[in-house]
Write a protein that binds this ligand. Structure first.
Ligand SMILES: [Zn+2]
Length: 481
């Protein structure tokens, strides 16, 4: 229960985040340093994220499966860039059942290798393609600096792995999933994201290229929120994933992989949260509506509870359904309840007091708009459509607010000096020549990194913000989580 106040978001964003995750009971620290326990409220949010994504994956022809947690060490060594990228983060099992293992096992950091191995057995002919498999699971990456949801030793995610007969089809798949992630982020999480390509320095270990959705958090830092990789034939060659084509010739398949993790919960917290706590988008909130009855005397209680029951009945009869909670706790005051549900980010609070009962109304209080500005008095009749409309309004307002914030904190500096200044507290959208040397200099001078080369480009040409060389692409640079 929330008793002591959160640190102010504007004064200490980092501490605000840490304490909010704990106080809202989303997650807790585990006994092993760097691991997290996802508490029921956090898991309920994750389940709604899963459902929203899973629906989209299935609508685009994907199916789910489950692959093992343990991967033979030699599998990782088969793809050079992959093992180099992941080696420092591997957890390795050397003893099993009290015996030293003949071959060490890696706890999966990601599953390209073991899935590639299985695909080499399953794929024989062009008729077996495409293979469009996703798995929901957990992975382990031995990170040194960890933060709940944003970077933990073990995290939960989905990883899609697809195999195709042509390069074009695999590249289309890579972009199709980027669209799925973008659509989910914008329409369900109300998080405005920029879909784009990663630079070579920032790409996934083993990919030909990586694509990403990047979001601006409430402190203006960037969060990579989901990635989709075109792997070319790198893993096909490493694992002999070959098929007989239409002309009966042996070919390597083309593969992709893509993932979105519990990190996205961090994106939702840091995009929408305020000094009073979480602000959850209605489409994903574990509880969309909380009903708080308000009364003093026994007489008032009888009337108010009767009206509350009627409200509950109306909302539960709605065909689309609402995720509703009626807060009937007797041991705490309504004021305490308001703060408690604000901390947990419930999008809409319905207050019912004796005066509401007299007038045949209820009070809608919007979480995204605290105080009087967010209060509306509505008729207690025909309540479900009014609640639906209000949730839609909140969902849209949250997106608009986050987008306006990103726009207000995105700059187009003219020179390197101005660039170095603006990336300290915002994003810079600038021309870049494509040379990794210029990219590395930016990182060294400012700690900002290339977030993405957005898919939507202005066209034309400009001068690289670092070297002044010719450039035909604009890139977002920012400090990132
Ligand atoms: Zn340059």
């Amino acid at each position: 229960m929330a008793e002591d106040k959160l640190p102010s978001r504007s004064e200490n964003f980092s501490e605000w985040y840490n304490q909010l995750v704990l106080k809202a009971e989303l997650a807790d620290y585990a006994p092993v340093r760097g691991c997290m326990v996802v508490r029921p409220y956090g898991w309920a949010l994750w389940e709604n994220i899963q459902a929203a994504l899973d629906r989209r994956f299935k609508a685009t022809g994907h199916v789910n499966a489950a692959f093992p947690l343990f991967i033979p060490m030699e599998f990782l060594e088969k793809e050079k860039a992959h093992v180099e990228g992941f080696s420092p983060e591997l957890a390795v099992v050397t003893i099993g059942g009290g015996q030293k293992l003949e071959e060490p096992l890696v706890v999966r950091p990601t599953s390209e290798t073991i899935i590639g191995y299985m695909y080499s057995k399953w794929i024989k002919s062009y008729r077996d393609l495409p293979v469009l498999i996703n798995q929901w699971g957990n992975v382990v990456r031995w990170e040194m600096r960890t933060r709940l949801f944003l970077r933990t030793l073990e995290f939960y995610w989905q990883e899609g792995h697809t195999a195709h007969s042509t390069r074009q089809e695999a590249e289309e798949e890579t972009l199709k999933i980027l669209d799925v992630y973008t659509d989910f982020a914008i329409n369900d999480a109300a998080v405005p994201v920029i879909p784009g390509k990663k630079t070579d320095i920032e790409k996934f270990a083993g990919a030909v290229y990586s694509t990403t959705i990047e979001a601006m958090m409430g402190d203006t830092r960037a969060l990579q929120s989901g990635t989709s990789h075109f792997l070319g034939q790198n893993f096909a060659k490493a694992f002999n994933i070959q098929f007989l084509d239409w002309n009966n010739e042996l070919q390597n398949v083309w593969t992709t992989s893509w993932g979105l993790s519990t990190r996205f919960i961090g994106a939702i917290i840091m995009t929408h949260g305020d000094d009073n706590g979480l602000v959850l988008p209605p489409n994903l909130a574990p509880t969309q509506i909380v009903v708080v009855p308000i009364y003093k005397s026994d007489d008032e209680r009888t009337k108010v509870m009767e009206a509350t029951e009627a409200v509950k009945k109306q909302l539960s009869a709605d065909s689309q359904g609402f995720r509703v909670h009626i807060d009937t706790r007797e041991e705490v005051t309504p004021g305490f309840k308001f703060n408690d549900w604000e901390l947990r980010g419930v999008p809409l609070r319905i207050e019912i007091g004796p005066k509401d009962v007299e007038k045949g109304t209820v009070t809608f209080a919007r979480r995204d708009m605290p105080g009087k500005a967010g209060k509306n008095f509505v008729s207690a009749e025909n309540l479900a459509p009014q609640a639906r409309e209000m949730l839609n309004t909140i969902q849209k307002a949250m997106f608009d607010k986050a987008l306006a914030f990103r726009q207000a904190n995105t700059y187009e500096p003219d020179n390197y000096e101005e660039f170095s200044r603006v990336v300290q507290n915002g994003w810079a959208y600038v021309w870049w020549c494509g040379d990794p040397v210029c990219e590395a200099r930016i990182k060294e001078d400012t700690k900002a990194t290339a977030r993405c080369i957005p898919m939507e480009q202005p066209g034309g040409e400009g001068k690289c913000i670092v070297c002044g060389g010719k450039s035909d692409q604009k890139v977002y640079f920012a400090k990132a989580y």
